[in-house]
Design a protein around this ligand. Structure first.
Ligand code: PLZ
Length: 447
């Protein structure tokens, strides 16, 4: 087979040349089974060779519509041109020195950009890491060091990672925590604002419910940090009711608690704003970012108030690879691309296309209990028609139907009944519509 070059020049079409999975993927699946731990999850049974625009091409030449963007990572598209060029130039110059040993400018530039782009015009500092979980761990370390307190408050349905501390911070047992304990101590979970399951509780009322629990069971003056995703990702794109987040920020500040926004999934224009906190006008003390930051290269960050970020003892933060130079130039290229191509508007446009179509599907099939999200982060929650009862089975069958026909969708949610859409902004309207046609068809076919 000829080598296919990825990126935006790939033919933008859904095309199946074989059954899914095709023969080459079947062969690779057998090798995967023999070589890769079965503990590592898998969504599509095919192997990628190229991706770009709105498609992923597999080893058998099948072309899938990408409604997942590698879990909200390739927001600017796969193999995005500025990123490709920056990475190629950087690997030819040097690949690693370790920023703690011999620093380089691109790390500083990424921090400058994060300090500029994140909400609030106070003085900020940033530190760079590799994965989202590592950024969350560091945000908690920094908040504990600054406050001299240990307790961390998190929410129902939260997802913050798979390392030991972040498993403790994550709500869902299966598959993230099952058999993996004991977990890190001093983590306290309180109720989230989940409008669809909250029976009309307002944001202020939901905040009161969470705060009452913190006051009674945790003790405000013992809390180092309140950590929350402004829109929950793995939990099922749960958008808290208006006023919930501002009330929590106000409470945090009244009690000297560091408010940490985990924007790892919501960040970098994904929600139709640079950061989801902007929709509620809140300014977090610390913010964690990753995923969309570097066009697909592994990079994460903690950004926040200078006095908090600088309160840690010298040498207290770091890691061998954190802020690797290849990832840093990719981040600068990705940020430049988002600004040049107005990613915020691109995602607002995607939101309007998806919203219109999903509402029409709901009118036709009545299987969505809820359609929610912002920008290019929209989800539908499947219920048994006419009830609030989660329908994970239907949700799974719809996803499978799409996968077998060349449309990549991801599921999510505490009840496993959510399909979430995370298309790259480079998906064309035609391809997006075709992907949504497939959802419509899948719902009808799985009735
Ligand atoms: N915080 C809000 O969404 C990662 C997880 C995929 P890492 N979400 C995708 C999986 O099943 O492992 C995520 C997130 C939020 C933290 C993380 C963790 O980021 O880069 O996966 O460590």
């Amino acid at each position: 087979m000829t080598t296919r070059v990825g990126g935006p020049s790939l033919p933008q079409k859904r095309e199946l040349l074989t059954a899914i999975p095709g023969p080459k993927s079947v062969e690779l699946m057998a090798r995967r089974k023999a070589a890769v731990s079965s503990g590592v999850g898998g969504t599509l049974p095919v192997f990628a060779v190229a991706a770009g625009g709105g498609v992923i091409v597999d080893v058998d030449g099948n072309s899938f519509i990408d409604l997942g963007a590698g879990i909200a990572v390739t927001n600017i598209g796969n193999a995005s041109p500025h990123v490709v060029k920056a990475v190629q130039d950087q690997v030819a110059a040097f690949t690693h020195t370790c920023f703690m040993v011999t620093p380089y400018e691109s790390y500083v530039q990424v921090c400058e950009e994060l300090n500029r782009l994140t909400p609030g015009d106070h003085e900020k500092r940033s530190a760079l890491f590799n994965s989202g979980a590592e950024a969350v761990e560091n945000a908690v370390k920094i908040a504990r060091s600054y406050t001299g307190r240990q307790k961390v408050v998190v929410f129902d349905h939260a997802y913050h990672g798979r390392t030991n501390l972040t498993m403790a911070l994550t709500a869902k047992n299966m598959p993230y925590k099952h058999n993996f304990g004991p977990f890190a101590p001093e983590v306290y979970r309180v109720p989230m604002s989940y409008p669809f399951h909250d029976g009309g509780l307002s944001g202020a009322e939901a905040a009161k419910r969470a705060i009452a629990k913190i006051d009674k069971e945790v003790g405000a003056d013992e809390v180092a940090a309140i950590l929350i995703e402004p829109i929950q990702g793995e939990g099922g794109f749960i958008v808290p009711a208006d006023g919930f987040l501002p009330a929590l920020v106000e409470y945090a500040h009244k009690h000297g608690i560091v408010f940490i926004a985990d924007e790892i999934q919501t960040g970098f224009c994904r929600t139709g704003a640079w950061f989801a906190c902007e929709h509620e006008g809140i300014v977090p003390d610390l913010m964690t970012t990753a995923k969309g930051i570097a066009g697909g290269l592994p990079l994460s960050a903690v950004t926040g108030r200078a006095e908090i970020m600088d309160s840690v003892h010298g040498g207290g933060l770091g890691g061998t690879y954190g802020g690797n130079p290849v990832a840093c130039v990719a981040a600068l290229a990705a940020i430049r691309t988002m600004e040049e191509q107005d990613a915020v508007s691109a995602y607002k446009h995607i939101e309007s296309v998806m919203w219109t179509r999903l509402e029409a599907m709901q009118a036709k099939h009545g299987v969505f209990g809820d359609i929610r999200g912002r920008g290019g982060m929209i989800a539908v929650e499947f219920v048994k028609p006419g009830t609030d009862e989660p329908d994970a089975d239907r949700c799974g069958r719809v996803a499978k139907y799409c996968h077998e026909r060349g449309v990549l969708v991801l599921t999510a949610g505490t009840y496993g009944n959510v399909i979430r859409f995370l298309p790259p902004m480079t998906i064309g309207d035609d391809l997006l519509q075709e992907g949504l046609d497939m959802i419509d068809e899948a719902i009808a076919a799985t009735a």
